[in-house]
Design a protein around this ligand. Structure first.
Ligand SMILES: O=C(O)c1ccc[n+]([C@@H]2O[C@H](COP(=O)([O-])O)[C@@H](O)[C@H]2O)c1
Ligand SMILES: Cc1cc2nc[nH]c2cc1C
Length: 351
């Protein structure tokens, strides 16, 4: 069985190139020579060095930015794990297409394009502007059995891989990874518990804002879902299949595809970060192409970022999703690149 699975994996799992070490050394030298105390630009310096490793350029061009919002519904909402009804997923897809969600406002402000992808919502008619890549209309209730079939998870991963390629071909140079799906913090927490082995009570959070009683029940639903499905932690596709979601699997594919294409990515909150951990378990090198944006209020997010060895740029107490936190960090990337391009060096001052 493992050999068969490995063959299926080899079919689609792209190889991820290593970072350009020479460009990173050059970028570090340049950053150290800028007219500021050594290290004084903090995380922006690490950002610049890694951007150089990804793009091969000491001063990269990141003018063309996009946020890709992967949308899917979750059967586990039947268990009362969210503060909002599942219909909100579809309503928000419309809202994204109307340009009226938080992510649209941020993206407009910071010059990024919003791409809305339906991988698994229950909407039967999609608003104009949605990229229709539906694999199935929502997952099954993972508290009763697997969320989907393995073939469906692989299909969703392929959707992400193809979109990454398309995003690169369209000329985008920096991309935020976002999602929308009522119930998906339950799925993301189950994926995180399975992949990291962390106790559920250290991971589970209030998602859209559930009360104490629902929070306790959400933890039990996650525990029960893991007991019923017994996902194999050494097989990320099995984990995504049994306790994940269509948008989670698509984000995993997107992250793998963008890394293979040398496209720098900014991840958002707990859901995109759970997908990122699945991606790096499939192709460890993909981690180097990821930047953490903010630290979500969801407790699992801190645990996941620690496992990934990524440090968030901002702590804003956010828990929205949509890629909103990632897009909010775009100006920090612009600032870092502007500093690298425009600041004088000590040599310029004759030092
Ligand atoms: O990004 C986060 O860390 C985050 C934290 C809490 C909630 N969300 C968003 O809220 C939805 C999931 O929340 P819930 O309570 O329905 O599981 C989904 O659409 C996410 O985008 C997102
Ligand atoms: C209104 C609303 C907007 C969202 N955006 C991302 N997740 C969300 C969840 C809700 C409930």
């Amino acid at each position: 069985m493992r050999v068969e699975r490995q063959k299926q994996l080899d079919d689609w799992c792209p190889s991820v190139p290593g970072l350009n070490a020479e460009a990173m050394v050059e970028a570090q030298k340049h950053v150290d020579n800028l007219t500021k105390p050594l290290g004084a630009l903090g995380r922006l310096e690490e950002t610049l060095v890694r951007l150089a490793g990804i793009t091969g350029k000491v001063v990269p061009s990141i003018d063309r930015k996009a946020v890709v919002v992967f949308c899917g519904d979750h059967g586990v909402t039947e268990e009362g794990v969210s503060a909002y009804p599942p219909e909100v997923t579809g309503l928000m897809i419309r809202n994204f297409c109307d340009g009226k969600a938080a992510v649209n406002a941020f993206a407009r402000r910071f010059g990024a394009e919003v791409r809305v992808v339906d991988v698994g919502s229950r909407l039967t008619e999609l608003p104009a502007g949605t990229l229709d890549r539906k694999v199935r209309a929502g997952t099954a209730n993972m508290a009763k059995g697997p969320a989907m079939r393995r073939e469906e998870a692989v299909q969703a991963i392929r959707v992400g891989l193809e979109l990454a390629l398309e995003t690169k071909e369209k000329g985008f140079q920096l991309v935020a990874v976002g999602e929308m799906g009522i119930g998906n913090t339950t799925a993301a927490t189950a994926v995180s518990a399975s992949l990291t082995g962390t106790p559920i009570e250290e991971l589970v959070g209030r998602g859209t804002g559930i009360n104490d009683v629902s929070l306790k029940m959400k933890g039990e639903v996650i525990r029960h879902s893991l007991d019923v499905n017994r996902p194999d932690p050494s097989d990320p596709v099995d984990v995504l299949t049994k306790v994940g979601g269509l948008e989670l699997a698509a984000m995993t594919g997107f992250i793998l595809g963008a890394a293979a294409e040398r496209l720098p990515m900014v991840i958002d909150g707990v859901i995109s970060t759970a997908s990122a951990l699945a991606a790096i378990r499939l192709a460890p090198g993909s981690r180097d192409y990821l930047f953490a944006s903010h630290l979500s209020e969801e407790p699992a997010h801190r645990v996941l970022l620690e496992k990934l060895g990524l440090h968030p740029l901002i702590h804003a107490g956010m828990r929205l999703g949509e890629g909103s936190g990632a897009v909010l960090c775009f100006p920090l990337f612009d600032g870092a690149v502007a500093a690298a391009r425009e600041m004088a060096t000590f040599a310029d001052l004759g030092l």
